[in-house]
Design a binder for this molecule. Sequence first.
Ligand code: BG6
Length: 477
Amino acid sequence: MSILRKDFLWGGATAANQYEGAWDVDGKGASISDHCTNGSHTSPKRVTINFEEGTLYPSREATDFYHHYKEDIALAAEMGFKVFRMSINWTRIFPTGMEDKPLEAGLKFYDNVFDELKKYNIEPLVTISHYEMPYALIEKYNGWEGRECINYFYHYCETIFERYKGKVKYWLTFNEINSGTQAIGSVLSTGTVKGFDGPLYEAPDKPQERYQALHHQFLASARVIKLAHEKYPDYKMGNMCIFATSYPMTCNPEDVLANQEFMRKMNWYCSDVHVRGKYPSYAKKIWDKLGVNIKMEPEDEDILKEGKVDFYTFSYYMSSCISAQADKSGDGNIIGGAPNPYLEASDWGWQIDPTGLRYALNEIYDRYEIPVMVVENGLGARDEISEDGKIHDSYRIDYLKKHIKAMIGAVQDGVDLMGYTPWGWIDVVSASTGEMAKRYGFVYVDKYDDGTGDLSRRKKDSFEWYKKVIASNGDEL
Ligand code: BG6
């Protein structure tokens, strides 16, 4: 007997900026991701103010969902998907983010996608903003640092909420909003990089700007959630955070305290606001430590209170260890912290920790007691096409199997888990490096780091495996 809910939402996740391509078709404007070059594990991708002749910008074509959506959705349906996580490209609807009138061609594209999904009874799960901030808003307002962006975002949401009523029920406001608490993560999420041209990892860290930007994102999220709740009662509105499970480096109480501080800033700061509708008591300590002074308007407190999320979603890839001693904190992986000696890591140094997912689910549910969903998880790996023409990705199956077992464990612990959408169910461009070589999919896309490839799709071994997992509602792993 299956331990997971009968209506468990099995599926897969993608984002327009890494998947869709067609970056300038039918009047689409450029987003922050369209200004990013490719890179690799050893050579970081760059943000360029102007487009350079002869440089590869991987988001431009990505893996071309725009022209392959029918084929791709048929593949998702073949695996038995119940849900399809994707994002709407803000600049496909409003090229600079500041127009009054939306682009009909852009709206129509998503109509086609949602209609296609409906054919197979697949529910869309739509991220409204996934690293797709209009670049024009960055040039004009330094991204979300500008309070003006709240109204532009509101108008964008008004437009898509009305257009897609009856087609979309599940919405997430900002992808991995808590990346704004991190220097590097904030580049793509808060867009506070006006005038910056250079490697992603060298973007100057300006905590004042990114925390102010986060405040505006919280307000924007709360305002559109209020709108959805009032006008579209069947809409379910969620947040989306990276959950960075972290452990104290040792049982030295100083390490335990340092880890608590890390967890508050990284994992709870944003979701406390989203779920509880107010800043947590420790927020002031974070701001003071960073010398941040958030400018708030008198109405802000009420706005936050009125736009709480209905469910909590998160991405989970890895964990790390936190030490009170600066020299031991090290560089375990992109979420910070030091490597854990008990864990192995992916080729990109992301520490593989299924138990950390069970721990995360329990922590989240204990804290908030609202339904939870894992909307990203997976193993970025180099896939080889074997002589038999197949991709034998047993390492991916192994990774996912262990994480699904951990999820089932968490459900047995009492967590109300709604669903699971592994990241990049079909190969997409990597967000951190801009590579194609870092693949997550059950479906291989013929596309390479030099921009070549015919974009044809081919099933990996994990495709049949995941199909079986879904059919058995997680019983057959
Ligand atoms: C999450 C993002 O951080 O992780 C995705 O929401 C991203 O956009 C995914 O692609 C995996 O990261 P990467 O860098 O391996 O693509």
